[in-house]
Design a protein around this ligand. Structure first.
Ligand SMILES: NC(=O)c1ccc[n+]([C@@H]2O[C@H](COP(=O)([O-])OP(=O)(O)OC[C@H]3O[C@@H](n4cnc5c(N)ncnc54)[C@H](O)[C@@H]3O)[C@@H](O)[C@H]2O)c1
Ligand SMILES: O=C[C@H](O)CS(=O)(=O)O
Length: 484
């Protein structure tokens, strides 16, 4: 069992309409620790019927929740934020156990997750409308913004807490109830958030968490007409399916999907800073983030020096169980993820890639993998077009600024992009030219609750965080008043 200060945070039931419950047929899903293979516990394998009940409860709770003032809702959200912070150590232990990331990264994610609750507790109080200059002397025109209604969220395993609060924060602050389906691989973080939401005084039905059969739960969430909005974070492939399933009931969609981030190092870059940024962007969460550098483009004049410096830094990474102090890279989430990294490495080497470090499964076994760097990578290789989602840094060469912009944009994705340059003219030119929702200049870490997170092209729709993030949970009403 996990060593928790508050064992009650490890919930093995779902939270529906303010009650902790099992699946109707008592079926369960086993949750394992990717670092050890040990069983951590089980959660209910729920399906459409339980999800329909959660949606109905959310719809029943909505009138009272939307009737509260934004300030009244913010009091509950701030209490939730405070409880998340107070229980951060336990939440981090739970996250590392089920997801594998190092404890320090888990603690960072918990703080990041809480920041969305704190941010939107305030943003809810800043939802404003307009009065318009009427073209008619006898009428007044008013615009108001209203909560869209019952929201559903489907979230991934790589950030088991933050991907939930990045949705629940704005939804609840705007006056919308939410039903969440976390990833089967990492449900305990979501259920711990539900436990703390209950302690914070969240009214029954306003926030529910349903675990289980993703297709059955997703089918109910996308097909049920009571659900007015779906927010999904995950692969582009699944995003397409959910978008199609939402079409018959015209649901509002937020889609935070896959990435294929270019990381460009120009001749005029600070190479030490670029290496630091590459490590932070590429190997965070063992390379399992949607905004990881997926393709590293290095200008000819600094290629070998950058490669040498990067390899030296990569070889300092410590692979191990995320619970152990000093570990900087945990296991990948599951065997399927390891196979994809192996496939990308084999493909690159078979087409002329040059292995500089790593390249194979770690001696620790399970799903541990050596942090890897491959040089002489070309656009003919799979890593150029597919998201690796693992600790592999492929180094591409380039000659001119125009060449690298063309290569960087040659992808259906457009989530994050990064480049290093100290030429101010080049910084503006390249930032403007990159087809990406987010751009990091001389940094590999860009995510914060105060900035709009999201992609263009097939990396998604909508924005999360920032003052823009709450708009996705609102609808605009125009009121035309005559006879006054
Ligand atoms: N843009 C972002 O903010 C962001 C953040 C994290 C992860 N991602 C992307 O997510 C992917 C990795 O995460 P993943 O493996 O969990 O993605 P995934 O798409 O396989 O799963 C995401 C969620 O969708 C659920 N799901 C899967 N198939 C479903 C279906 N048919 N109906 C309903 N739900 C279904 C899963 O159970 C999980 O909860 C990567 O592509 C990564 O880039 C994007
Ligand atoms: O992978 C998905 C997350 O959105 C990454 S981040 O922590 O928000 O940068």
């Amino acid at each position: 069992m996990l060593n928790l200060k508050d064992p009650a945070l490890l919930r093995q039931q779902c939270f529906i309409d303010g009650e902790w419950c099992d699946a109707d047929n008592a079926a369960t899903i086993t949750v394992t620790n990717p670092a050890t293979g040990e069983t951590l516990g089980t959660v209910p394998r729920m399906g459409a019927a339980e999800t329909a009940r959660a949606i109905a409860a959310a719809n029943a709770a909505w009138p009272a929740w939307r009737k509260k003032s934004a300030r009244e809702r913010s009091v509950i959200l701030r209490e939730w934020n405070d409880l998340i912070i107070e229980n951060a150590d336990d939440l981090a232990v739970i996250m590392t156990a089920e997801q594998g990331k190092p404890l320090l990264e888990s603690k960072g994610e918990i703080a990041y997750a809480a920041s969305f609750i704190e941010w939107f507790a305030e943003e809810g109080k800043r939802i404003e409308g307009d009065t318009l200059q009427s073209p008619w002397a006898d009428r007044r025109l008013v615009v108001t913004k209203e909560p869209i209604g019952v929201c559903a969220a489907i979230t991934p395993w790589n950030f088991p807490a933050a991907m939930i609060t990045r949705k629940a924060g704005p939804a609840l602050a705007a006056g919308c109830p939410m039903v969440v389906k976390p990833a089967e691989l990492t449900p305990f973080s979501a259920l711990a958030l539900a436990e703390l939401a209950e302690r914070a005084g969240m009214p029954k039905g306003v926030f529910s968490v349903v675990t289980g059969d993703s297709k059955a739960i997703g089918g109910e969430m996308t097909g049920n007409p009571l659900v007015r909005k779906l927010s999904f974070t995950g692969s582009t492939q699944v995003g397409r399916v959910l978008m199609e399933q939402c079409a018959p009931t015209i649901k509002k969609l937020s889609l935070e999907l896959g990435g294929n981030a270019p990381f460009i190092v120009f001749d005029d870059a600070d190479l030490d800073a670029a290496v630091e940024g590459a490590i932070a962007s590429k190997y965070r969460n063992a390379g399992q983030t949607c905004v990881c550098a997926n393709r590293l483009y290095v200008q000819d004049g600094v290629y070998e020096r950058f490669a040498e410096k990067l390899v030296a830094a990569v070889q300092k990474l410590k692979v191990g169980n995320g619970q152990d102090m000093g570990v900087t890279q945990g296991p990948l989430i599951e065997e399927k993820a390891v196979l994809k990294v192996e496939q990308h490495i084999a493909d690159a080497l078979s087409k002329g890639g040059r292995l500089l470090t790593g390249g194979k499964r770690h001696t620790l076994g399970h799903s541990f993998f050596e942090p890897t760097v491959i040089a002489d990578v070309t656009s003919a290789m799979q890593v150029a077009t597919e998201e690796t989602f693992g600790p592999l840094a492929p180094l591409f060469r380039f000659d001119t600024e125009d060449d690298v912009i063309a290569m960087a944009n040659d992808t259906e994705f457009g989530l994050a992009a990064y480049f290093y340059s100290r030429d101010i003219g080049r910084v503006w030119r390249v930032a403007d030219a990159l087809e990406s929702g987010m751009v990091g200049v001389n940094t590999g870490l860009i995510s914060t609750e105060v900035a709009p997170f999201g992609g263009v092209k097939q990396s998604g729709l909508g924005r999360e965080g920032s003052r823009y993030g709450i708009d996705d949970y609102l609808v605009i009403k125009y009121i035309c008043m005559a006879g006054l």
